[in-house]
Design a protein around this ligand. Structure first.
Ligand code: HEM
Length: 451
């Protein structure tokens, strides 16, 4: 951050007035922010649907934003805010927010993750078995979505089969409303999502009540981790009310499912498109056994034991971050990378653009995982955000990704089906347009591609 005596530069602005065309471009053009960063610099303002929005990229601007946490607060578009609900920690700030992060964070401690490890390994093996038995081409992306949903719904929340299926379908309806226009016209995605929200909350409340009853009766550990939440205290030191906890559980489904599913699809797609890097990774995987020894799921493929896998995951998330950006709102005027940003602005941190913005001459458009091992990059990675609102489920997501990558790549040969669209739809998270159709056979993944 510049010293207080350095005068701040005025905030560059696009000429947008109503923001209608700008909003259309924002939704249609994946390079919307990048072109404007090239034109206006690392911090600029435009108008999206009447809302003045500041975009920023790059390590300096991001570090300045995190360093001024008191001057900003969380912000979400209205549709997301309403569908998550007023109690959700995503919609809270200050002590209120911190207390709920502490409570929910109990689901993601090392001890909790150790508990989930065997369940995730079983789900990976189930998926591999299903793919092997399919006998023809299968769309992998939807199966990875289901896998990611099962991890959060079964392994973390402890839902059984029937509850999970009902929840899955309501959840898909709810998600479709998230980035829609927030007007509840009959039959609109937003109206359907609001009704689905009601059902989801009821179901989650019932699951929480069951977990509490089992814990009170001293019954053996229920599946999942909900017993870990018992006794969680709010900012005043009082137990959280059940409806409060239930809204946090809904947030976990939202935050933890689409994102992880996207990272898994992009990981396998990218490896299948880059046979040389896949072969490089396979050399390391050949030294690791699958499944991990019971009780060692957490550390078996960690960055110390599987540095190439770690580098590949980092590089995939650099180029195709599951979350392209996150928001804040300024309560006061602040300076970001030497530029003055007024109070009451929505700020969007562009993760995707930051990940491709480094020192002059860096080959940042290329998929080159080795850059994370040879100290060859200056890019600050922030796929999980940072500061006071850094992703709460980062450790779970990383565990899930490592276990799935090793389990699939050690057990299956995957081949891309020819003639499919492998480009990515970017909203809400990057996913191959044709669903990533592959054929699977037993044995380590093939080095050849068919398209
Ligand atoms: C590859 C997978 C994932 C990615 C890339 C990801 C990324 C992010 C990002 C960028 C944020 C916003 C941070 C900010 O506003 O500064 C976030 C927040 C959050 N994530 Fe994740 N996430 C992933 C998986 C998960 C999982 C598995 C869970 C839990 C089950 C989870 C729970 C959360 C929660 C609760 C928040 C809100 C934190 C807050 O507002 O304080 N995420 N995540």
């Amino acid at each position: 951050m510049p010293s207080p005596s350095t005068p701040l530069l005025p905030l560059p602005r696009t000429p947008a007035v109503s923001g209608v065309l700008e909003t259309l471009a924002f939704f249609r053009d994946p390079d919307f922010a990048r072109g404007r960063f090239e034109q206006y610099g690392d911090v600029f303002e435009t108008t999206l649907l009447g809302q003045r929005t500041v975009f920023l990229r790059g390590s300096q601007a991001v570090a300045d934003l995190f360093a001024q946490a008191e001057a900003v607060e969380g912000w979400w578009p209205e549709s997301v805010r309403v569908l998550l609900g007023p109690l959700s920690l995503a919609n809270r700030n200050g002590a209120d927010h911190k207390a709920r992060r502490r409570v929910v964070g109990q689901l993601f401690t090392n001890a909790a993750l150790k508990r989930y490890g065997p369940g995730i390994v079983a789900l990976v093996n189930e998926l591999c078995e299903e793919l092997r038995a399919a006998g023809g081409a299968v769309a992998l992306a939807p199966r990875l979505r289901r896998f990611a949903f099962q991890v959060i719904a079964t392994t973390v929340l402890g839902l059984d089969g029937a509850d999970r299926e009902a929840l899955f379908s309501d959840f898909e309806t709810w998600s479709r409303g998230l980035f829609s226009f927030p007007l509840a016209l009959p039959g609109s995605p937003y109206a359907r999502a609001l009704r689905a929200r009601g059902r989801l909350l009821e179901r989650l409340a019932a699951v929480l009540a069951q977990a509490q009853a089992a814990a009170a009766a001293g019954a053996p550990l229920a599946a999942g981790g909900l017993d870990l939440l018992a006794g969680g205290l709010d900012e005043a030191g009082l137990p959280l009310a059940d409806d409060d906890v239930v809204e946090q559980l809904l947030l976990l489904l939202f935050a933890g499912y689409e994102t992880t599913a996207s990272s898994l699809s992009c990981l396998l797609l990218t490896l299948l498109q880059h046979p040389a890097e896949l072969a490089w990774l396979q050399e390391e995987l050949a030294t690791l056994s699958w499944p991990p020894l019971p009780g060692e799921e957490l550390g078996a493929y960690d960055p110390a034991r599987a540095p190439r896998l770690d580098a590949v995951v980092k590089e995939v998330m650099r180029l195709t971050p599951p979350v392209g950006g996150f928001f804040r709102r300024t309560r006061e005027a602040i300076g970001l990378a030497g530029v003055a940003v007024p109070a009451d602005r929505v700020v969007q941190v562009s993760i995707a653009a930051s990940h491709r913005h480094g020192a002059a001459g860096e080959d940042l458009e290329l998929f080159r995982p080795q850059r994370h091992l040879d100290g060859g990059t200056t890019v600050g990675l922030l796929p999980f955000g940072g500061g006071e609102r850094v992703c709460l489920g980062k450790a779970l997501a990383e565990l899930e990704i490592r276990l799935l990558a090793v389990g699939v790549l050690r057990q299956l040969t995957l081949t891309l089906e020819p003639g499919q669209d492998l480009t990515l739809a970017v909203m809400p998270s990057p996913t191959p347009r044709d669903g990533l159709r592959v054929r699977a056979a037993a044995g380590p993944i093939a080095m050849n591609r068919r398209s």
